[in-house]
Design a protein around this ligand. Structure first.
Ligand SMILES: Nc1nc2c(c(=O)[nH]1)N[C@H]1C(S)=C(S)[C@@H](COP(=O)(O)OP(=O)(O)OC[C@H]3O[C@@H](n4cnc5c(=O)[nH]c(N)nc54)[C@H](O)[C@@H]3O)O[C@H]1N2
Ligand SMILES: Nc1nc2c(c(=O)[nH]1)N[C@H]1C(S)=C(S)[C@@H](COP(=O)(O)OP(=O)(O)OC[C@H]3O[C@@H](n4cnc5c(=O)[nH]c(N)nc54)[C@H](O)[C@@H]3O)O[C@H]1N2
Ligand code: SF4
Ligand SMILES: [Mo]
Length: 691
């Protein structure tokens, strides 16, 4: 009889970290089921969780260090790899200075301690250049809300009477968030979805506002106009706790529902209905903003325009409203206070000061320029972990040129990704089932410890890798912990929680009681201590004080050469960015890339389902098969392509030269493109596409 065992930990096939039970037979994972005691998912899992078994034991996994040689990849020992990488980094540091070295962490690493160890390493060796996927993800939403509220509140969706989702599709992107939405709807809540497409969640909406891409702020101002007309503003809250209301009322005056309709395409009657639904439900209005608002040239203003509605309606910290959560009581692993490296010129900090000041993020697109042009100074070496920028960053043809131009590229990955294939060294990374770390679920204010369920001889977890490299580069003092467990123990110092307690409670241990402070008495964590409907801080930096609406370029200065508007990156349930394309059964369900198109546009172009078209933007071209969708799924004149496919990579045509001025986020969701039909018999695989 095989020896059976169950280990409870968290799934990290996406960042939602559902509680799971890992079933082992003789030490080998055979199944994954849901942990019913976990508050976040209550036992429910999405289809990706079980695919972790396929991922961990995948025949293509890299399990030994690889070195590029003239004869191809050579397998070397871990010690040799670390010695050689350290020697080459030391050489680069000697020649060009420490700041010519960078670290790039990806979405597969997520937030929390794995991110902070990467930050710690690069600073400990003297460089300010920490880069990440957050140049395009989350940061714009984080500080869109932080600029208004001083923090990003968590909507109490389960108890909302009106839920408003802006540019988010939880059934695919955050499956278990959908449970809370369903619960609220059962109790009678109205669901409002703002999305140009008929997404999975939009299908269930009571009110679907199908705004044109990049026009969300105009819709928000139209709603604000109506909220003021309906006298739905919580004046006592606003007078006591907010600044900027007079300016908001003044700017909103001209934003009639008719004007909102002209800008957004959402009928004036719908604008009024949404405002009424919000007004009737206040303060139990739960608003959630997704990635759909970030990838535009006016993204931060759209997010702020949505955020200020919480203040106007007085939903802050109300049941069913926008709730502040306690940050997890963990020690800070970063070195920003100990080693101020700002005078070394973190890449992008001068160009996008808010991104750097509020998130300590350098800017990946600026880093790519630094590699290719030595401006503002040379960037010569990079260590990538958990990212695949050769597919996921905009203008990937340029990203690839830059990665190839580095003196040293090291990639830590589970697989030979498109980025790893360009590296000098590829190191085998530990999957989430092969390392132990702390994770906080903000919504429930619980902290969990994940488990190392399996291990491989040469496969290192994040901490072990940075420790070993840091010690080789003379930064050992910053990595005093012998292993992950010692690090975890240190992180918990002073929290009142112990490692043993967390080990005994895989469903998580509450930490909310440890939280001190209340905005009612201490004020908000904004420069004025008030809720900032208008931001003097942004004004001081030369940005818009109010989150005014600025028309997207494809509408303001329409170019007849590029008549379509392209949305990219709408999530599919089965894939995470460029991940999981090698899971055979996922590939059967969603076999390849597609450009989603309205039937009228398809008819006009003379194309049918499966025909290959060339989609071109000022940045480049991509050849991709057409999926003609139902007429109510997408707006005529607009297209959608999901990223992450090497077979037809939409990031060959997204912009690394047009940004939101505050966040520095690239234009990836409202870009002007043209579409050309290709000869019917072109075989995509054999096709050399024009640049
Ligand atoms: N299965 C799966 N889950 C994921 C991911 C994944 O790749 N796959 N990625 C994870 C990551 S890193 C992230 S950031 C999150 C993202 O999570 P979400 O933000 O929920 O992302 P999407 O599911 O793409 O939903 C975004 C929606 O915005 C819409 N949209 C596009 N442009 C606009 C616009 O201008 N205005 C409005 N109002 N809507 C617009 C799109 O049509 C799309 O339906 O998902 C996470 N979860
Ligand atoms: N056009 C367009 N592009 C987009 C987006 C969009 O909406 N449109 N969305 C953007 C967003 S929001 C994000 S977050 C980025 C994400 O972009 P990336 O951060 O580049 O994420 P992935 O493509 O998932 O790459 C993750 C890599 O990590 C590897 N990996 C998996 N598990 C582990 C692990 O445990 N450890 C290590 N070291 N490696 C691991 C995977 O094999 C994979 O190669 O993409 C962005 N790109
Ligand atoms: S939503 Fe799915 S992939 Fe994400 S953590 Fe939960 S089970 Fe895993
Ligand atoms: Mo993301």
């Amino acid at each position: 009889m095989p020896e059976r065992e169950i280990q409870r930990t968290l799934c990290r096939m996406c960042d939602d970290r559902c509680g799971i039970e890992v079933h082992l037979e003789d030490g080998r994972i055979v199944d994954i089921t849901g942990n019913k005691e976990h508050l976040w998912n209550r036992g429910r899992l999405c289809v990706k969780a079980r695919a972790a078994v396929d991922m961990v034991y995948h025949p293509e996994r890299i399990l030994a260090p690889l070195k590029r040689t003239a004869d191809g990849w050579q397998q070397i020992s871990l010690a040799q790899a670390l010695d050689e990488i350290a020697a080459r980094l030391a050489e680069v540091r000697e020649r060009h200075g420490a700041r010519s070295i960078s670290v790039w962490k990806g979405e597969a690493i997520g937030f929390g301690q794995q991110e902070n160890i990467a930050r710690r390493f690069v600073h400990a060796i003297g460089s300010p250049n920490y880069l990440s996927n957050d140049s395009m993800c989350y940061a714009a939403r984080y500080f869109g809300f932080k600029l208004v509220d001083g923090a990003w509140p968590v909507p109490d969706l389960a108890n909302s009477r009106c839920i408003v989702l802006w540019g988010a599709n939880p059934p695919y992107a955050h499956p278990n968030m959908t449970q809370y939405i369903t619960e609220a709807r059962r109790a009678g809540a109205t669901l409002v979805v703002v999305d140009p497409r008929l997404s999975a969640i939009a299908r269930r909406a009571d009110l679907h506002a199908r705004c044109l891409p990049g026009t969300d702020a105009a819709l928000a101002w139209g709603i604000i106009h109506e909220l003021i007309e309906l006298d739905a503003v919580d004046h006592s809250f606003v007078e006591r706790f907010a600044v900027g209301y007079a300016q908001v009322a003044e700017y909103a005056r001209s934003f009639t529902p008719q004007r909102a309709e002209a800008e957004t395409g959402v009928p004036a009657a719908t604008v009024r209905e949404i405002a009424r639904a919000m007004a009737n439900a206040a303060p139990r209005v739960g608003t959630y903003v997704g990635n759909g608002l970030e990838h535009h040239e006016n993204g931060v203003n759209s997010i702020r325009a949505v955020a200020i509605m919480d203040g106007l309606l007085g939903t802050i910290d109300q049941t069913g409203g926008a709730c502040f959560k306690c940050p997890p009581p963990l020690q800070d692993l970063t070195l920003y206070d100990e080693l101020p490296l700002t005078e070394l010129g973190p890449l992008g900090a001068a160009r996008f000061p808010v991104l750097y000041e509020l998130r300590q993020e350098c800017h990946t697109m600026t880093a790519i320029d630094a590699i290719l042009e030595d401006k503002p100074y040379p960037l010569r070496a990079m260590i990538v972990t958990g990212a695949n920028p050769a597919l996921t960053n905009p203008n990937t043809a340029k990203v690839r040129r830059a990665l190839e131009a580095l003196d040293l590229l090291v990639v830590r990955d589970l697989f030979m990704s498109e980025t790893a294939a360009l590296a000098d060294y590829v190191l085998p990374a530990a999957s989430f089932l092969e390392r132990t770390e702390l994770h906080a679920h903000a919504k429930h204010e619980i902290l969990s410890l994940t488990r190392r369920v399996v291990s491989w001889p040469d496969v290192q977890g994040e901490y072990d890798f940075w420790r070993d490299l840091g010690r080789r580069l003379g930064a050992g003092e910053y990595f005093p912990w012998p292993d992950e467990s010692a690090l975890n123990r240190w992180l918990l110092d002073g929290s009142g929680l112990t490692l043993e307690e967390l080990e005994a409670h895989p469903e998580g241990v509450p930490y909310g009681h440890a939280c001190a402070g209340d905005w009612r008495t201490d004020g908000f964590s904004t420069p004025s201590g008030k809720l900032e409907l208008a931001s003097a801080y942004l004004k001081g930096l030369g940005y818009d004080e109010l989150p005014v609406y600025r028309r997207p370029a494809y509408r303001e200065a329409a170019d007849p050469a590029y008549p379509f508007v392209l949305v990219t990156g709408a999530r599919k349930l089965l894939y995470l960015h460029s991940r999981f394309r090698n899971i055979a059964r996922f590939r059967t369900a969603i076999p390849g890339p597609e450009v989603e198109m309205h039937p009228d546009d398809a008819a006009e172009l003379g194309v049918r389902d499966g025909d290959v078209v060339t989609v071109t933007s000022p940045v480049g071209s991509v050849d991709i098969p057409v999926a003609v969708v139902a007429p109510n799924e997408i707006l005529p004149g607009s297209l959608q392509i999901t990223h992450g496919w090497k077979e037809a990579n939409v990031n060959l045509i997204t912009h690394d030269d047009r940004f939101d001025p505050v966040s520095g986020f690239p234009l990836m969701k409202s870009l002007a493109v043209r579409v050309e039909r290709r000869a019917r018999d072109v075989d995509l695989a054999d096709d050399a596409s024009p640049a």
